[in-house]
Design a protein around this ligand. Structure first.
Ligand code: HEC
Ligand code: HEC
Ligand code: HEC
Ligand code: HEC
Ligand code: HEC
Ligand code: HEC
Ligand code: HEC
Ligand code: HEC
Ligand code: HEC
Ligand code: HEC
Length: 315
């Protein structure tokens, strides 16, 4: 499993660096041991943590003060009472002995994902966004909340339209590739986020979609395609993705395949059978398509029609 930030911090850290860091921290600890008794700081005072975990850390610890979680005036954060332990849990032994930190939550891969997420869900399980987390695709894949959320920063990338896609496509390479195609939803342009269509915390339907199914998700922006239509085209009513490739396509209009082939996936018999023999012969159809024409030249209302004579979507 790819843990976005941990892998960055840890891969860049030479194994030999660990011993040095312990030594340095131990030195700091020894120096501060005397100061601590004078200050009488509470165990939960964030100062007790930040005197070691300060701005000299590779990892940006202090920016957590710029976040909603450190808002002391907001009682729900518990930061005023519990400080850093509101997330990191009981750290008493760690404060006694800085080498003893496996008890602390969020020590990278040493803290099991379930324990990490429990710490977040302790406060967030009731949030409307997060209620479907248990059993969701991402829960099932054992993602930690922190694999998407940057907690120790004033700018949590995943919460912003322009920076979010990068977070998601760190893992979802296939979609990154699709969204680079010439016809696409404007996600790489910073105008749309994955979460405009997806609910990453879990959803009632499949595919982690924001709405119960694919078409409802599309209608939330393309309302005119919902109808109601006097004449419905069955695939449009049932599944927009029977013709469209949602993330991106090499064919204009986000189409799955181009031109007549799109329609012929389902309508081959009519075109080269009944339809063709009545209206045009095979050669005529062939010529008009070769000239770049399309079924749409005549059947322009493929999403549905409200014209009294619109039964074959020509008006
Ligand atoms: C006396 C210095 C000291 C104090 C005080 C201290 N720590 Fe640590 N902490 C360390 C050292 C040393 C490590 C070992 C790992 C490292 O940072 O490289 C560590 C490790 C950690 C880790 C795991 C880091 C990792 O790389 O996985 C977390 C999380 C942590 N401390 C949180 C806290 C919290 C929360 C507090 C306050 C309740 C606190 N620490 C107080 C020195 C300290
Ligand atoms: C809202 C929850 C939350 C609060 C509050 C919080 N942290 Fe963290 N902290 C985290 C999470 C989550 C991680 C792990 C990030 C990751 O896995 O990328 C972390 C990681 C760390 C690490 C380990 C960094 C590393 O090298 O891997 C240290 C040290 C740390 N926090 C110290 C602190 C200190 C000190 C405070 C208080 C000033 C604090 N944290 C407050 C959630 C929190
Ligand atoms: C002690 C309770 C508590 C814990 C533990 C906690 N949170 Fe929060 N979190 C809050 C509160 C309160 C807010 C502010 C909500 C608001 O303003 O409506 C918040 C806000 C957030 C936000 C929105 C931030 C923003 O800028 O709008 C995210 C994302 C979030 N939390 C994720 C997490 C994750 C991930 C964890 C675990 C690493 C976590 N929280 C742990 C209480 C908590
Ligand atoms: C796969 C990536 C991903 C994971 C994993 C994830 N989140 Fe989020 N989270 C997001 C995105 C994207 C948003 C912003 C859009 C949204 O609200 O759906 C968000 C928003 C939030 C918010 C703020 C909602 C608001 O009011 O704006 C909270 C709180 C939150 N997440 C908590 C959590 C918790 C707790 C977990 C772990 C149980 C978690 N998230 C796991 C991607 C993720
Ligand atoms: C315009 C809406 C929309 C946007 C924007 C969007 N998706 Fe999707 N995505 C969908 C639909 C619809 C499906 C199909 C769901 C199904 O088949 O149940 C899907 C499917 C997926 C799947 C499942 C695999 C597959 O292809 O069936 C993944 C993973 C995914 N999207 C990730 C992303 C990521 C990551 C982003 C942003 C970089 C993103 N999506 C942006 C609508 C969207
Ligand atoms: C740390 C890696 C990771 C990150 C980051 C991540 N995902 Fe996922 N995602 C997964 C895994 C693993 C699965 C389940 C296996 C699969 O279907 O690929 C999954 C499943 C999904 C699915 C359902 C796929 C299906 O087959 O139905 C969608 C949709 C999705 N992710 C969207 C997102 C979006 C949107 C974001 C960013 C907000 C995101 N993911 C961030 C790893 C990740
Ligand atoms: C969050 C809003 C939103 C959602 C949800 C959404 N779209 Fe879009 N769609 C857009 C935007 C914005 C554009 C770009 C319009 C433009 O460029 O003028 C677009 C463009 C399109 C286009 C035309 C592309 C072109 O090149 O002409 C198609 C086809 C399309 N969407 C299909 C879908 C389908 C199918 C779904 C459901 C899976 C869907 N959309 C969901 C916002 C959305
Ligand atoms: C039978 C195939 C088919 C189905 C099913 C279908 N479309 Fe289309 N759609 C097309 C074709 C063909 C175009 C024209 C593309 C072009 O040449 O630019 C188009 C164009 C679009 C456009 C851009 C131009 C416009 O008319 O606004 C949007 C948006 C769109 N479709 C959304 C949807 C949505 C939403 C659904 C599901 C309700 C859907 N489509 C289902 C074939 C289909
Ligand atoms: C995924 C399969 C599928 C695709 C792709 C598809 N259709 Fe259809 N189409 C249907 C079905 C199913 C019906 C309903 C057939 C019926 O009622 O006998 C239908 C009905 C029609 C009708 C009305 C037929 C009648 O007897 O009244 C026309 C015209 C039509 N489609 C044109 C098109 C065109 C043009 C395209 C390409 C843009 C297209 N279709 C793509 C499945 C499809
Ligand atoms: C030059 C205009 C034109 C073109 C191009 C065209 N059609 Fe038609 N199509 C018609 C007309 C007119 C009818 C109505 C025939 C009737 O009502 O008797 C029709 C009828 C249909 C029907 C209804 C069933 C039937 O056989 O009567 C289907 C399905 C259909 N067309 C599919 C297609 C497909 C798929 C293509 C592209 C491969 C296509 N058409 C290209 C004019 C056209």
């Amino acid at each position: 499993m790819h843990h976005k930030r941990l892998s960055k911090t840890r891969d860049g850290r030479a194994p030999g660096g660990w011993g040095l860091r312990f030594l340095a921290a131990a030195l700091v600890a020894a120096l501060l041991a005397t100061a601590a008794s004078a200050v009488h700081a509470r165990d939960t005072d964030p100062d007790r943590c930040t005197r070691c975990h300060d701005e000299t850390e590779d990892y940006p610890v202090l920016p957590v003060y710029k976040t909603a979680h450190a808002a002391v005036a907001d009682e729900r954060t518990r930061f005023g009472d519990a400080g850093c332990t509101s997330c990191h849990g009981d750290s008493a032994d760690h404060l006694e002995d800085d080498e003893f930190y496996p008890e602390v939550t969020f020590t990278g891969d040493r803290t099991p994902v379930a324990k990490q997420n429990e710490a977040c869900l302790d406060c967030h399980k009731g949030d409307s966004h997060v209620v479907h987390w248990q059993g969701s695709d991402h829960d099932f894949a054992e993602l930690s909340c922190a694999s998407c959320h940057d907690i120790h920063t004033g700018h949590d990338d995943v919460l912003f339209t322009d920076t979010q896609p990068q977070v998601c496509t760190d893992c979802h390479k296939q979609q990154e590739h699709e969204l680079r195609r010439p016809s696409r939803h404007p996600v790489p342009d910073g105008l749309m986020a994955c979460s405009d269509c997806h609910e990453p915390h879990g959803a009632t339907g499949s595919g982690l979609l924001k709405e119960p199914n694919i078409n409802e998700t599309c209608y939330s922006c393309h309302a005119e395609k919902r109808g109601p239509f006097l004449w419905e085209h069955m695939p449009a009513r049932e599944d927009c993705t029977s013709c469209h490739q949602v993330h991106g396509s090499i064919h204009r209009g986000l189409l799955e395949v181009r031109g007549p082939q799109l329609c012929q996936q389902c309508h081959l018999d009519e075109v080269f059978g009944d339809h063709a023999s009545r209206m045009y012969d095979r050669d005529q159809l062939g010529t008009s398509f070769a000239a770049g024409r399309n079924c749409l030249n005549c059947h322009s209302q493929v999403h549905g029609s409200n014209h009294p004579q619109g039964y074959n979507f020509r008006r």
